[in-house]
Design a protein around this ligand. Structure first.
Ligand code: 5GP
Length: 203
């Protein structure tokens, strides 16, 4: 077990996990963020190496062949993956690492690391999810329809997660995620090695 905690934030697109992820990082700035690789096109407000590493399909396939990913998923016809090496580096250094990924990726991480903390961000209602996706305006009509079609399936996968946070107010939801992370770090089994060290060294 690493000292650092793997924190996975998932949720249907439009649930607001991106906003909550950013707010959590403002409150807990020591948490490191995992930067994914994607083969989708860069959006206008996105920065290479900050939001994603943007790769061609060939580069992505090569990374898979080289075993560079911790998990991968195909979301809305684009490929995504979490590069393994930076995550292990951050964990080894005792940092907590946060992932903003889809349900499929979350399941892969939980399977490999049952100790990972998985949190599902839920919209307050399906209607609200629809409005948020439309308001975001980053989707083409086709992509929007696909996302709405997938949203119901994604919602039904809630029981794969350790915690559920309803996002009707992003600040409140982010505070709840922070509270979950803080509580998780106080779990007995995550701190047992410190106590055993104290007992052995009588410090
Ligand atoms: P977007 O293209 O809107 O940034 O992200 C689309 C979906 O892909 C979101 O649900 C996002 O969480 C997910 N995603 C982003 N990066 C990764 C990743 O590395 N792995 C997986 N499994 N999903 C990802």
């Amino acid at each position: 077990m690493y000292d650092g905690l793997l924190i996975v934030l998932s949720g249907p697109s439009g649930a607001g996990k991106g906003t909550i992820h950013d707010k959590v990082l403002k409150i807990l700035p020591n948490i490191k963020k995992s930067i994914s690789v994607t083969t989708r096109k860069k959006r206008i407000n996105e920065i290479e190496g900050v939001h994603y590493y943007f790769k061609t399909e060939e580069e992505y396939s090569q990374m898979i062949a080289d075993g560079e990913f911790l998990e991968t998923a195909s979301v809305y016809c684009h490929n995504y993956g979490t590069p393994k090496a930076p995550v292990f580096e951050m964990l080894k250094n005792g940092n907590d690492v946060i992932f903003e990924i889809d349900n499929f990726g979350s399941r892969q991480i939980k399977k490999k690391y049952p100790d990972a903390l998985t949190i599902y961000i839920m919209p307050p209602s399906f209607k609200e999810l629809e409005s948020r996706l439309i308001a975001r305006g980053t989707e083409s009509a086709d992509s929007l329809a696909t996302r709405l079609g997938n949203a119901k399936r994604e919602l039904s996968e809630y029981n794969d997660f350790d915690y559920i946070v309803f996002n009707d107010d992003a600040d409140v939801a982010a505070e709840k995620v922070v509270a979950i992370i803080r509580a998780e770090k106080c779990r007995m089994n995550r701190n047992e090695h410190i106590i055993k060290g104290m007992l052995e060294n009588k410090k």
